[in-house]
Design a protein around this ligand. Structure first.
Ligand SMILES: [Zn+2]
Length: 167
């Protein structure tokens, strides 16, 4: 299978974070995500935010639903509290991506219907051959944990018997 594009990885990310394993492409979610990204502050390591500014721009309910969702997704890094926290590495890539696309573009990317499109998720990867269990190792928006050695070492599918027909 051809390597996925960055847009396709974003589509998989959005589906995993807000869909039911695949994106439902709700425009208000993308609008809120875009506003969230625009409210962060660039620094030398990535981006940071203050919950007070997010609450002001998004309303406290939406701000905190997004903060909690993005924490659960491991996009946000924080110390003792996510009230003031930051996006590094994969999280910073996500904010970069959101900042560099309009809501219309994001909406088109996550709702582009193609019946042959094969999703990857945090539980299964279809873009490598053979497909395998475990988080897609190619998605730059997901935290890549040190588990791929384990996945690589997982038992291979049982090969067909070569002795068939003998005896
Ligand atoms: Zn994959």
């Amino acid at each position: 299978m051809a390597e996925k594009t960055l847009d396709e990885h974003f589509r998989d990310w959005e589906g995993g974070a807000f869909g039911y394993g695949y994106g439902t492409g709700e425009r208000p979610i993308l609008e809120a995500l875009k506003t969230f990204a625009e409210t962060t502050h660039r620094n030398e390591h990535g981006y940071s935010y203050a919950h007070t500014e997010l609450e002001e721009k998004l309303g406290a309910t939406v701000a905190w639903l997004l903060i909690n969702r993005l924490c659960q997704d491991h996009a946000i890094e924080y110390g003792s509290s996510p009230r003031f926290a930051w996006f590094h590495k994969h999280g910073a890539r996500l904010i970069d991506y959101l900042r560099s696309h309009t809501v219309d573009e994001l909406y088109e990317i996550v709702t582009d219907w193609d019946e042959n499109y094969i999703h990857c998720s945090k539980r299964y990867c279809n873009c490598v051959s053979p497909a395998r269990d475990g988080q897609c190792p190619h998605n730059p928006f997901w935290e890549q944990k040190e588990v791929y050695g384990t996945i690589e070492a997982a038992p291979k599918r049982i090969a067909p018997a070569e002795s068939e027909g003998e005896g």
